[in-house]
Design a protein around this ligand. Structure first.
Ligand SMILES: C[S@@+](CC[C@H](N)C(=O)[O-])C[C@H]1O[C@@H](n2cnc3c(N)ncnc32)[C@H](O)[C@@H]1O
Length: 392
């Protein structure tokens, strides 16, 4: 059982002994990692090897000296985590095994590095020498402070800072037009279109209609915005995640599209039919290891299959459903092309056309990436689907 709040709140608590006193505080983890059961109060006299060993054993290291030295310790621990083992393990027997081993190793790495902990004051200030002011970044990700101290992993805090910067600067989306303001500002925890090449497929495909479109699982709102910019008069965009809805709303307002795009909290489709229904589901069928991975991994292809199964009921008679999907899952042995084709047929749909492109992001070139062989063959497609022959 995780230690829970004592009537103060439902959030998990972390407990530790310090200066002869028993202390506790709210535990913050957006990745839903439970608080460590053992916590040691540490400072910059702790050697990196010892820190790495303790963290590998599951001990939380509550940092009580210079903030920048804690960052350095984290880097030193990361180098240890990334060291090649002296005796290399046998090569994986299949791409699917390589994928699962890779995720396992990533999970283990983040569990260990997540053990360096920092206490935040009730207003998100960090009372350590040379600590930056992270109040705005914390408030953006976690909501306004509640006046009570809390503890979080340093790694998560640094992630919040990165997300804060992305949100402030935004991501340039060339498909939205050349003007400098054509940027999408992703919120913390919302799928970011940094690898936005698939948007070029959406920008180039012939529109079946300019009257109405649905964008299923809108995330930052980027696809809905792109369709509106291409001249679609009305777009209805859905998502289930409140952070995505807030993010998309802000992006539509920033781009001056708020009157043409309607946002709806919905499981997949809004009511009714549209001549164009677009969806970019997570591309890999695997279990998300934290709530933050829900936009990357789609366990059992739930969203993909739900979109395909419901599409015919939400598509106008001559309409097109546009499915954005990479075939990386096929190269990793997690899904077959036959399965996908079977779901399309079973949903009484037919493939009108398919536009393909090869991703050009740096990972494709990285031969040291354990998934390199699969990534090097990856193709991203826009599947244009229409009503198929009604089965008797
Ligand atoms: C891969 S992201 C794509 C986001 C955006 N369309 C884009 O292309 O950048 C998938 C999105 O679908 C949302 N989502 C997942 N399941 C959903 C469901 N059942 N109904 C609506 N949205 C869902 C997620 O919250 C996430 O924002």
């Amino acid at each position: 059982m995780e230690p829970q709040g004592r009537g103060v709140s439902e959030s998990p608590r972390i407990e530790w002994a310090e200066g002869g006193l028993q202390r506790d505080a709210r535990w913050r983890s957006e990745a839903a990692v439970p608080p460590p059961r053992r916590v040691q109060v540490v400072d910059d006299t702790l050697p990196a090897d010892t820190a790495y060993r303790l963290a590998s054993e599951g001990t939380g290291l509550l940092w009580r000296s210079d903030f920048q030295n804690a960052r350095q310790l984290l880097q030193a621990m990361a180098r240890r985590a990334d060291r090649k083992p002296r005796k290399p393990p046998p090569p994986p027997s299949s791409p699917a095994e390589a994928f699962h081993l890779h995720r396992q190793a990533q999970g283990q790495r983040s569990r260990v590095l997540g053990k360096v902990l920092v206490e935040l004051e009730g207003d998100y200030r960090i009372a350590l020498p040379r600590a930056p002011d992270l109040r705005a970044a914390c408030a953006q990700a976690w909501g306004p402070p509640d006046g009570r101290p809390s503890v979080a992993s340093l790694r998560e805090l640094l992630g919040l800072v990165g997300a804060f910067e992305w949100r402030r600067k935004g991501v340039a989306i060339p498909a939205l037009g050349a003007a400098p303001g054509n940027r999408i500002h992703p919120h913390y925890g919302v799928f970011s279109p940094v690898r936005g090449e698939y948007l070029d497929l959406i920008a180039a495909a012939p529109l079946p209609s300019r009257e109405l479109a649905f964008d299923i699982g809108t995330g930052t709102g980027v696809i809905a915005a792109l369709l509106a910019r291409r001249g679609v008069q009305r777009v209805v965009a859905t998502d289930q995640d409140p952070r995505a809805l807030a993010c998309a709303r802000e992006n539509f307002a920033r781009l001056g599209l708020q009157d043409r795009v309607e946002l709806l909290e919905a499981d997949l489709f809004p009511p009714g039919r549209a001549p164009l229904v677009v969806c970019n589901p997570p591309w890999l069928p695997a279990r998300p290891s934290s709530p933050l991975e829900h936009a990357i991994y789609d366990e059992g292809s739930r969203m993909l299959r739900g979109f395909l199964a419901g599409l015919a009921n939400h598509l106008a008679p001559q309409g097109e459903g546009w499915l954005i999907l990479s075939d990386l899952a096929e190269h990793l042995g997690l899904r077959t092309r036959e399965e996908l084709a079977g779901w399309i047929t079973a949903a009484r749909l037919r493939v009108v056309a398919r536009d393909d492109m090869r991703p050009s992001h740096p990972k494709v070139q990285d031969a040291s990436d354990p998934l390199h062989a699969a990534r090097a063959r990856e193709v991203t497609s826009l599947w244009r689907l229409g009503h198929g022959v009604t089965q008797q």
